[in-house]
Design a protein around this ligand. Sequence first.
Ligand SMILES: C[S@@+](CC[C@H](N)C(=O)[O-])C[C@H]1O[C@@H](n2cnc3c(N)ncnc32)[C@H](O)[C@@H]1O
Length: 265
Amino acid sequence: MGTPQSLPERVDVTVPSVARIYDYLLGGAQNFAVDREFAERLMTAHPYTRPMARLNRTFLREAVRLMVGSGIRQFLDLGSGIPTAGNVHEVAHEADADTRVVYVDYEEVAVAHTEMLLADNDRATMVHADACDVDRVLDAPQTKRLLDFSQPVGLLAVTLFHYVSPEKDPFQVMRRYRDILAPSSFLAMTHLTLDTATQNIAELMQQTQNNVFPRAEAEIIELFGDFTVFEPGLVPIPSWLHARNVDAEDNPEAGRLLAAVARKP
Ligand SMILES: C[S@@+](CC[C@H](N)C(=O)[O-])C[C@H]1O[C@@H](n2cnc3c(N)ncnc32)[C@H](O)[C@@H]1O
C-alpha cells in the first residue's frame, strides 16, 4: 500500500478519518497506517464493510447515470470523498462533457487530491467546507461559477448524513438544500440504517474523526421531504441496483446502507 503523495498541511495522521478509511476499503492509496489498521479491525468485526463500500460506490455511479440520462447537467456532490475510479465528473462527462460538477468535503486529504485531479478542469471544482454550512457551500465562488440554481441540479448526499449529528440538524440542512433546488432537480442519498450491528459500527467509529449516527428508515425518508422517490423506493443498495438491472454483489448484510433517488416535483 502506498503513502499519500504531497501531504497537505494540517492533516491529522494519528486519528483515522472516514474519507481515508473508505479510500482504503475501495483499494485506494490515499490513506495512512492508522486508517488501514482501523479498517482492518472494522472488517474483522463486520466483514461486509468492504462489499458495502463497493456497492455504495456502484450506487453513486449508477445514480449519476440515471440523472444524466434524465437531462441533469450540473451536480453538487456533498461529502464527495477522496477521488477514486469513476468519479462523478468522469461518469457525467462520458455522457456530456459540458456537465458541471461541484464537489464538497471537509477532509484535508479529500480536498487536496480532488484539487490536484481537477487542476486543469474548468467543468469540475472542489469546495472545502462542512456540507452542513449551507451558506458557505452555496456562496463559494466555485459554486457560483459552475452551478445555475434556476436549472435542475443533481444533488448527491451519498453516505453523508449518517456522519451528521442530531445537534447539526440534518433535517434542517437537507430542507435548505431541497428548497434552493429548481423543480425537476434530483437527489440521491445513501444512509446507514439502525440495528445492533450499525450501532456497533457507530461505537467503533468513535475512535475516528467521524462519529456515525445510523437512523431508522422513517427518519431517512424524511430527509427526502416532498420529493418523489423513484422505484424501488428507499431500499438496501443491492435491491436498488438489481431493480435497475445492475450486476451487483448480493450481500444482504451490506444492505444496511439504504439508498434512494428522488426528484423535486
Ligand atoms: C464514506 S465517504 C463517501 C464518499 C462519496 N460520497 C461516495 O459515496 O463514494 C464520506 C465522505 O463524507 C465526508 N463528510 C462527512 N461529513 C461531512 C460534512 N459534514 N461535510 C463535508 N464532508 C463530509 C467525509 O470526509 C468523507 O470524505
